[in-house]
Every structure is written in structure tokens, then in C-alpha cells.
Design a protein around this ligand. Structure first.
Ligand SMILES: Cc1cc2nc3c(=O)[nH]c(=O)nc-3n(C[C@H](O)[C@H](O)[C@H](O)COP(=O)(O)OP(=O)(O)OC[C@H]3O[C@@H](n4cnc5c(N)ncnc54)[C@H](O)[C@@H]3O)c2cc1C
Length: 507
């Protein structure tokens, strides 16, 4: 990584973390770190945020990340119920049903929600605008990085091509699918499945528009696959697969779009907000970190949107990184803690990408014979889908054989009806029965302190009973670090925390 000539240094004191890219993933990371009191620099090449719709679905786990980032309540009134996804054949017969609960699930949020991505970006940026800890510099394009054992020098260019430079102890590239940081750390993109071209057309319904389906409908018609999506409020989207012979250069023109969608809408019913042909990619970066520089979000992985998981995966990345970087900055992290980032999440997101392609395979079948076979198979017995919930890969989980380690923890309501994550922030939570907590030794307390853990004694017994444990350690990213049924297991679990203990007591 060779920097350009830095010219002049605009900011002398190193930031704790520099984030490249002020999309939703970078803005979430900025909020998470800011809440821990970290000084953050955000560099963004464009003067304004992307104003048009992209993600329309957000899951309960991702909402919980946004709660940790401090904007859950701001976003809540803007969320819509995501009732179901249905798959229909060309005759309109239901092939697969995927109903979603409309009440909050284990995360304390509905498992699936409709939303408008610019609303989310606005809420994240509004919170940052109120903070003196985060410096946002727009109109600067990162061009180079140079690191040593103490930190990283960033080099950027402003809109006039003038160089600008700053220092940070860590850098995270949240700079999207065409990531500069990914190239600078020498990562390659590995293609996981063939890409597809789809038209994405977003509309706003006029008053008096005809009734449209609820949720999402996948029209598995081999003559032309379509997806219909009920967006937030009056927003509706259609996605249309391009077939051989379609011209991507003209396919998104309004005079082409309306005839394609005439089964559902006419120009009298809707306002076309935008139409664009996207390439749906399935790819993952070969490395997510080089020393003090990491990548997250679309910079690290890309998925077709059939499961509505691209952004959700990016939010998972940054909460995983935020607590690890925070411990590293505190000086109490195990030296290899940051290695666990890619080890845990690359296999995890790969499963989501595979599932998106499995679903996409049903939808995108254009061979009439194969489509007939698919329909016969799916119509022969009712098919109901459920979400996958992969376990984290390798990394920290390897430290104990507990079957729940690396799986998602629930967010129970604790004292005074407060939600767990609001009580602990970006810290380990230790829920432990009073009888077991009474036996914790000073050495155990030392390690918990080094990890910044919040011990909630006798306050989560109901949740502990549901998982059959006397104690559970929940990581700051809401995954279970491990559970214990006995004192010896609790001692081993606390000893396995990924921190170095600073002070030691006898016994
Ligand atoms: C049609 C469509 C539907 C989708 N539906 C869903 C869905 O329902 N649910 C879901 O979870 N996800 C969905 N996604 C995915 C989701 O939109 C993306 O995963 C998300 O926007 C990625 O966020 P990001 O912050 O990683 O990247 P981006 O939003 O791309 O932000 C990256 C930022 O980095 C900046 N940048 C780039 N290079 C530099 C540089 N060198 N210097 C400075 N700044 C730089 C860019 O200007 C940009 O602002 C969908 C995507 C599409 C296209």
C-alpha cells in the first residue's frame, strides 16, 4: 500500500478509527464507535447520500444492531410489517409460502420489516451530526493507505484533485461493491454464482391505485420471471429478469417499463421514481483484513437481493468489528482477536448468499420443462419456508464446545422492563443466577472487567431457564459466547474471553 504524495496533513492527531464510505454500513459503524467514546473520521467521495431506494427489507437481527447504534427508536415509526413472501407459478398457483410473524421475535424486533433505505441513512447521519466525536469529510476520495505498527496514514483527493491526508489507528473500508480499500489490501473478489441482470423499477402509488398484493410475490413464470415487493408506505417495486436478447441499455426506459408491468399498474396509478438495470452479483472478498485495515459490507461481499440480506449482512459485519476494534483500542484484546472477524463471518455470509441463490434458482428458471417439474414437485405437498440462522464460523467459538456458542442470543426484557441491549451497550453481557455469581473469584472478576463485561446477576433467570444454563455470556454483537451450568464451566468460559488480563489478584 503506497500512498500518493500526501501534500499536506489536514488533521494531525490520529483518529481512533477512519471509516471510508458513508453508506449505511459505514454510518452504522460510526455510530457504534461513537457510542463507545471513540474519535472517528468518515471519508465520503460524494457530496450527498444516494437518495433513491435500494434495500426494502431488514431483519430483526439487523434492527437490533441499529438499536445498539442508537437509532432503533428513530427508525421504528418508519418500519412497515413484512407479512410474507409467496412464490407463484405461471398460473398463479402458490408454490411456496413464507409467512413472517407480525409481532416481535427473539430480538425484540419483528423478524422481517419493510423500510426505505434513505430513511435509515438519514437517521444514522442525523445522530452523527449531533456528535462532536465524529468528523465527516465529504468530497474526499480515498486513494492510498500506508500502515505501520502504530497506525495508518490515509491519502485522499478532493473534488479539485488536491491531496488530503489524515492518520488513524484503524481503518475500515465500507466503500461499497467497487471498494478501493479492498484493492488496497490486496483482496480478490471470488465469484460464488453466476450474475444475473434484473430491471429494478420503483414506484409510488397514487391515491386510488388498485389493490396490490401484500408482502413480496415471486412470479416464477419461465416466460419472464418477475418479483413484486410491497415497500414502505406507498412505495412498490417490481423486479424483472432480463432474458437473452433484451437490451440492458433501453430496458429501463419508461416506455419499455410500463408495458412490462401492465398486468399490475398503469401510469395513471403510479409515479415512477426510478428504473435501472442492476447486475445481481454473488461474490466474496478473499481477505477482509490486512493488519490495521479491514473491509465490511458490500466491500466484503455481495448477494442477489432475493432474501433481502445484503445490508443486513453488512450491519452484522460492523457490529462484529466494532467491539473487537474497541477492545484493541483499549489495549485489552487478545492479539489475534481481529483475525476472528473474517473467520466468523465469511462462512456465515456465504450461507446467506447460497440460500439467496437457491431461492433465486426457483424464481429464475426459464426452461419450460424444468419449470413444470419444479411446479409439480412444489405443488405435490405444501411448502413453507423458514429463515436460515447460520452459526458463526470458527474464530472465537472454537474456544469451547458449547453447542449454543456462536448462535444468536435472544434479547430478553430485564429490570424495569428494559431491553438487554439497552442495559449493556457494546459490551459482553453476563446473565448469571445469584447462586452462581456468589462464587465468582477475584480473578474471574478481573477478566470480566478487562473484557468490559456487564454482569447482570439474578436478572435473567427466565432466559437462562429457556437455554438450560446457570450463566450465559452474550457477546456485544448479540451472539452467544458460551453458557455454563456449573462453577467449573463458568470459570472456564470466563477464562476463554478474548482479552488479556491487566491486573491480577491472588486466588
Ligand atoms: C435493488 C437492490 C435491492 C436491495 N434489497 C436489499 C434488501 O431488501 N435488504 C438488504 O439487507 N439489502 C438489500 N440490498 C443491498 C443493500 O442496498 C446494500 O448491501 C447496501 O447499500 C450496502 O451498503 P454499504 O454501506 O456497504 O455500501 P454503499 O451503500 O455502496 O456505500 C458505500 C459508500 O462508499 C463511498 N465510497 C466508495 N469508494 C470511496 C472512496 N474511494 N473514497 C470515499 N468514499 C468512497 C460511496 O460513495 C458510497 O457512499 C439491495 C440492493 C439493491 C441494489
Amino acid at each position: 500500500m503506497t500512498p500518493d504524495n500526501p501534500g499536506h496533513t489536514a488533521v494531525d492527531e490520529p483518529f481512533d478509527v477512519a471509516i471510508i464510505g458513508y453508506g449505511p454500513v459505514g454510518a452504522t459503524l460510526a455510530n457504534l464507535l461513537e457510542r463507545e467514546g471513540r474519535r472517528v473520521l468518515v471519508l465520503e467521495q460524494f457530496p450527498q447520500s444516494y437518495p433513491l431506494p435500494r434495500a426494502t427489507h431488514i431483519d430483526g437481527e439487523a434492527m437490533r444492531v441499529l438499536q445498539s447504534a442508537g437509532i432503533g427508536e428513530d427508525l421504528e415509526p418508519l418500519l412497515g410489517v413484512y407479512a410474507r413472501m409467496r412464490f407463484e407459478d405461471a398460473q398463479g398457483r402458490m408454490l411456496i409460502d413464507w409467512p413472517r410473524p407480525i409481532t416481535p421475535g427473539i430480538h425484540g424486533w419483528r423478524d422481517s420489516n419493510r423500510f426505505h433505505q434513505p430513511d435509515l441513512e438519514h437517521a444514522l447521519q442525523a445522530r452523527i451530526a449531533r456528535s462532536s466525536l465524529v468528523t465527516v469529510r465529504r468530497g474526499l476520495r480515498l486513494t492510498g493507505l500506508d500502515q505501520n505498527e502504530l497506525g495508518v496514514t490515509l491519502v485522499a483527493r478532493d473534488e479539485r484533485g488536491e491531496p488530503w491526508s489524515a492518520q488513524a489507528r484503524y481503518v475500515v473500508g465500507c466503500d461499497g461493491a467497487n471498494s478501493t480499500v479492498r484493492a488496497l489490501i490486496g483482496a480478490e473478489l471470488t465469484v460464488l454464482a453466476p450474475s444475473q441482470q434484473w430491471l429494478v423499477a420503483d414506484f409510488i402509488l397514487n391515491p386510488g391505485a388498485p389493490e396490490l398484493p401484500e408482502g413480496t410475490v415471486q412470479y416464477c413464470d419461465p416466460a419472464r420471471p418477475f418479483t413484486y415487493i410491497e415497500g414502505a408506505g406507498r412505495r412498490r417495486r417490481w423486479e424483472v429478469m432480463l432474458l437473452p436478447g433484451d437490451d440492458p441499455a433501453t430496458f429501463a426506459r419508461p416506455d419499455q417499463v410500463y408495458p412490462l408491468l401492465q398486468r399490475w399498474v398503469s401510469p395513471d396509478h403510479v409515479v415512477l421514481e426510478r428504473a435501472v438495470v442492476y447486475v445481481f452479483r454473488s461474490a466474496i472478498a478473499s481477505r477482509w483484513r490486512n493488519g490495521r485495515v479491514m473491509i465490511a459490507g458490500d466491500a466484503a461481499h455481495q448477494t442477489p437481493p432475493f432474501l433481502g440480506q445484503g445490508l443486513c449482512a453488512g450491519l452484522r459485519d460492523v457490529i462484529n468489528l466494532a467491539w473487537k476494534i474497541d477492545l484493541a483500542l483499549t489495549g485489552t484484546a487478545d492479539p489475534d482477536l481481529l483475525d476472528s472477524y473474517q473467520q466468523e463471518l465469511a462462512p456465515h455470509v456465504t450461507q446467506y448468499i447460497a440460500e439467496a441463490n437457491r431461492i433465486g434458482g426457483f424464481i429464475a428458471e426459464t426452461d419450460p420443462d424444468k419449470a413444470r417439474e419444479r411446479d409439480a414437485m412444489l405443488l405435490s405437498s405444501p411448502h413453507v419456508m423458514t429463515p436460515i440462522r447460520p452459526r458463526l464460523g470458527g474464530g472465537l467459538r472454537g474456544q469451547n464446545a458449547n453447542p449454543l456458542a456462536g448462535t444468536l442470543a435472544a434479547q430478553p426484557r430485564l429490570r424495569a422492563d428494559r431491553r438487554l441491549d439497552d442495559l449493556v451497550g457494546l459490551h459482553f453481557a453476563v446473565l448469571v443466577t445469584a447462586r452462581l455469581a456468589a462464587r465468582f473469584t477475584p480473578a474471574m472478576h478481573d477478566r470480566l472487567r478487562a473484557a468490559g463485561a456487564v454482569v447482570l446477576e439474578g436478572d435473567g433467570d427466565e432466559y437462562l431457564a429457556t437455554i438450560g444454563a446457570e450463566a450465559v455470556i452474550i457477546r456485544p454483537d448479540h451472539y452467544i459466547f458460551g453458557t455454563a451450568g456449573t462453577f467449573a464451566e463458568a470459570e472456564a468460559l470466563i477464562a476463554a474471553l478474548p482479552v488479556v488480563t491487566v491486573t491480577r489478584h491472588d486466588g
